[in-house]
Design a protein around this ligand. Structure first.
Ligand code: CAO
Length: 434
């Protein structure tokens, strides 16, 4: 038999006249025991009042903004005998019985409900989620969905984050395909803990700089590639002593043509020779993931460092061009890139990329594959090193190479074969003619 019971504000310590900041239910709603009904907020703490038993909300006695104290009637619930697991304390047969609500014990991941402030300024190192202005119910809801509240903009009073804000945040993430921000995307996709949000000013002076347009676009793409592609990076060092001698001997000729002949264009030609030998490296995974699309053209993307960030223009048909022509095209493309004048077409159609940091310095690194390509070559600064020739040490100019590839497409053995072959071609470019 159904009975109507009032639910009262429980003993909440010394608090009096506390504003109701959220009403989480309405007449007609079915609630389960322990489900949150309203949220109260004093200047010290935010607390939720849970249902002491299950049933259907019949009448609401409070609304947002009301100030209430212990004993105030919040609402009345009609409960059936079956749906009153706490009936021992509140006999279901007794109509209009008033029941005081006891906040449930805190769960390990949730601070005590009435005792601890949940909206106070976070201690250094606490997560942004913890710092966000939201009720425990909204926090719980966000946690269930893996949403980092630090990423959600609140539309409630004093920028409080409401349940609807979390819902629309999730909708936006789903619509935009994943990762709007460091933590949120990763959290949603991988169930990772929230990104640490630190008040850096507490530790010293800071300066906030807006990210460039390129960085805002390239960042999420790099993140996607890093997360989606199982990378392996295979390194090697190749002897470019002879190649450098040849390049230098060509310097005057190149100058006449007003081009700068750097090691990179030779490496591009050697890469094409290796791609022809190992066509899987010049492929993409079919969208269904069940086939490889092998490309019979050789368009090489070259990472260019610009004041606004990294861009990757594509040099087309590298197999059909000589090093002087490649040097001219690379010069034009990198100047266009640095002036911010690349068109989308300039950056499309690549089949393999090269990231050359040789002009800057540093040793081996781990380049990130540029999807939907399956491999990328990192080139570092050449260094003269003693190399054992079987009898004695010889000074040789050694070029560090770092080949990253998608392990779904390329096995380790193939990766090692590719870099060994590439290394041999760079050391002796005549091999490219074979
Ligand atoms: N070892 C030693 N010296 C090298 C070298 C190497 N591997 N590669 C280039 N150099 C030398 C060049 O010969 C040139 O020397 P001179 O000034 O004496 O002629 C100097 O370094 C500068 O070369 P460069 O950088 O102007 O030309 P490049 O053809 O090597 O590279 C480009 C062109 C556009 C790729 C390059 O300028 C660039 O932007 N590199 C950065 C790419 C990048 O940021 N990658 C990172 C991606 S991941 O974040």
């Amino acid at each position: 038999m159904a009975s109507l019971k009032d639910v009262l504000v429980p003993d909440i310590g010394d608090f009096k006249d506390i504003p109701v900041i959220e009403v989480l239910v309405k007449p007609g709603d079915k609630v389960s025991p322990e489900e949150s009904l309203i949220t109260l907020e004093s200047d010290k703490a935010t607390m939720e009042v849970p249902a002491p038993f299950g049933g259907t909300i019949k009448q609401m006695n409070v609304k947002v903004g009301d100030k209430i104290s212990e004993g105030t009637v919040i609402l009345s619930i009609e409960s059936s005998d079956d749906a009153t697991p706490v009936a021992a304390a509140s006999p279901a047969s007794e109509p209009d019985k008033k029941v005081a609500v006891t906040p449930p014990p805190p769960t390990p991941e949730e601070p005590p409900k009435a005792a601890s402030p949940q909206t106070a300024t976070p201690a250094p190192g606490r997560s942004g989620s913890a710092a966000a202005h939201a009720s425990p119910g909204v926090r719980r809801f966000a946690r269930e969905l893996g949403v980092d509240l630090a990423q959600v903009t609140g539309s409630g009073p004093k920028n409080r984050i409401l349940k609807e804000d979390v819902q629309s945040f999730v909708k936006n993430v789903m619509r935009d395909g994943g990762a709007p921000a460091p933590s949120a995307g990763a959290g949603l996709a991988l169930g990772l803990p929230a990104w640490p949000v630190v008040n850096f000013e507490k530790f010293g002076p800071i300066e906030k700089q807006a990210m460039s347009r390129i960085r805002k676009i390239s960042g999420p793409a790099l993140h996607r590639n890093w997360v989606h592609i199982p990378h392996i990076t295979q390194t090697d060092e190749t002897d470019i002593t002879e190649l450098e001698a040849f390049r230098k001997s060509m310097a005057k000729e190149a100058e006449k043509l007003k081009v700068k002949l750097t090691p990179l264009v030779f490496i591009m030609k050697a890469v094409v020779a290796a791609l022809k030998q190992f066509p899987d490296f010049n492929s993409s995974l079919a969208p269904e993931g069940d086939a490889l699309i092998i490309k019979r053209y050789y368009h090489i993307g070259v990472a260019v460092d610009t004041p606004g960030g990294l861009v990757v223009p594509v040099v087309r048909d590298v197999d059909q061009k000589g090093v002087l022509q490649l040097a001219a095209e690379l010069g034009t493309l990198s100047a266009k890139a640095r002036d911010g004048k690349l068109s989308p077409a300039d950056m499309q159609g690549g089949t393999f990329s090269i990231s050359s940091l040789g002009g800057i310095g540093g040793g081996h690194f781990t380049p990130i594959v540029n999807a939907p390509e399956v491999a990328i070559l990192g080139v570092s600064r050449s260094v003269t090193k003693p190399v054992w020739d079987g009898t004695t040490f010889q000074p040789r100019l050694m070029l560090p190479l770092s080949l990253s590839y998608d392990h779904r497409v390329i096995d380790g053995a193939q990766g090692a074969r590719f870099i060994t072959y590439l290394s041999a071609v760079i050391s002796d470019m005549r091999r490219a003619l074979l």
